[in-house]
Write a protein that binds this ligand. Structure first.
Ligand code: GDP
Ligand code: MG
Length: 437
């Protein structure tokens, strides 16, 4: 993948104390190859490396102490620039705000519509309405109803009506009458760009004049994504791009070239099938992620959202007094679970995604652990040292697990307690601070 390739490219530099113009060229050739392998458009990759080269040489890299780092920074800055520089917001003007989804079938429009409704409702205090304009398959309307139910947002549909323009217009009227202030219009897609689909979305677009027209694209589609983006942009002149399925074994190249080819910002990324797996797109973080630095900032932000400061302080006291027990352990597990899908989290930790890529992480990885803890008595939970062989057998039976699993958990708990004590020391302060905001 792209990170591996770039790792290799930077490795060439790390071996040398200084950069010469010759090994800048070597490294940049590797960078370019990495970009091409990731399906970045050839011309974009070429321009990109040329720009980095100009900057590298202009900045007198020859005399810097850490030339590798400087080049990483230059590549990162340039990647960030390529992907749009600053964070692009979403236009929420208009009463109601009308948001139109466009994109191929399977790109993730319906899923993203639900995620966006959820985001606007919970993070922006909006009252959204979801509109089912995919009139070709009854299943599509049902799918949107399921999504709407999941996020607690009303869904407008007219199963008998075969005119998406009318449905969208009626939905806007309905939103106005019921005091809903964002109308999210989910549309039909095709497997490939075709005239009928383009005509239809163009008609809906000109009839409802959305404040935001978003183009939804599967990030795994690589070079094709660029062509599709161009076709939709020619018709709709859309406002932003949504890059979905960035949680998979994605090639990243789409993010790099779509922006350049259509000159529209990427506004959101989808990182999972669940309704909360939506992230605002930060070009600089994406660049860091592609370069293998990990999306540390968003990991920390997500952790902060969930990790209550008060609780952190209480926990710290308990650890200091050696009172950390299984109830606290359970709370910790629940905190981690709240942070989201384990895979999403692991993907954001620098280096970890590579190390863990062959390991399947189940969402319910903690199921056994929770069952075991639930089978303990309050006394056992607060003072784990009393758990002897007899108690272990009882706990295993009660939780439907094996004694070995109980033993394993006891060991893990022991290690975690030790680690937490260590984190309280001079070196660990920062980590605790970081976790508690
Ligand atoms: P539509 O045809 O454009 O409406 O696409 P859907 O919203 O129905 O999505 C197609 C498939 O992709 C579904 O199985 C979704 O669950 C899945 N999907 C959508 N977004 C994401 C994402 O960000 N990550 C992953 N892993 N799957 C996604
Ligand atoms: Mg759909």
């Amino acid at each position: 993948n792209l990170s591996d390739k770039l790792d290799k490219a930077f490795h060439i530099l790390k071996g040398h104390g200084k950069i010469t113009e010759v090994n800048v060229a070597d490294t940049l050739k590797e960078v370019r190859r990495a970009l091409l392998d990731a399906d970045v458009n050839f011309k974009i990759a070429k321009d990109f490396t040329a720009r980095v080269k100009d900057k590298a040489i202009g900045q007198d890299v020859l005399t810097t102490l850490q030339p590798g780092q400087l080049l990483v920074k230059l590549v990162k800055d340039e990647l960030t620039e390529l992907m749009g520089g600053d964070v692009a917001g979403i236009n929420l003007s208009g009463t109601p705000t009308v948001i139109l989804m466009s994109g191929l079938q399977g790109s993730g429009k319906t899923t993203f519509s639900g995620k966006l409704a959820n985001y606007l409702k919970t993070k922006k205090g909006k009252k959204p309405l979801l509109v089912a304009c995919d009139i070709y398959r009854p299943a599509a309307i049902n799918q949107l109803h399921v999504v709407g139910e999941q996020v607690g947002v009303e869904v407008y549909s007219e199963p008998e009506n075969k005119n998406p323009v009318e449905i969208a217009q009626n939905a806007i009227k309905h939103a106005k009458a019921s005091g809903l202030n964002v109308v999210i219009v989910d549309t039909a897609g095709r497997l490939a760009v075709d005239q009928e689909m383009m005509d239809e979305i163009a008609r809906v677009h000109s009839a409802i004049k959305p404040q935001e027209t978003l183009f939804v694209v599967d990030s795994m589609t690589g070079q094709d994504a660029v062509n599709t983006a161009k076709a939709f942009n020619d018709i709709l002149n859309f406002d932003g791009v949504v890059l979905t399925k960035l949680d998979g074994d994605t090639r990243g190249g789409a993010a790099l070239s779509i922006k350049t080819v259509v000159n529209k910002p990427i506004k959101f990324v989808g990182t999972g099938e669940k309704m909360d797996a939506l992230d605002v797109f930060y070009p600089v973080r994406m660049a860091e992620r592609i370069l293998g630095m990990g999306d540390v900032v968003s990991l920390v932000e997500r952790a902060q959202e969930q990790f209550n400061e008060e609780e952190a302080r209480k926990l710290q006291k308990k650890i200091a007094k050696n009172e950390f027990g299984f109830d606290d352990f359970l709370t910790q597990i629940q905190q981690v679970k709240k942070m989201g899908n384990m895979k999403d989290l692991v993907g954001m930790i620098p280096g970890a995604s590579k190390a863990m890529k062959d390991i399947e992480i189940e969402d319910d990885a903690f199921k056994h652990i929770e069952a075991i803890i639930h089978s303990m008595t309050p006394g056992e939970r607060s003072k784990p040292s009393i758990i002897d062989v007899k108690r272990k057998a009882r706990i295993a039976k009660g939780s439907g697990t094996k004694v070995e699993q109980v033993n394993q958990l006891m060991k893990q708990f022991d290690q975690m307690s030790k680690m937490m004590k260590m984190m309280q020391g001079p070196g660990g302060k920062n980590l605790m601070k970081m976790m508690s905001g």
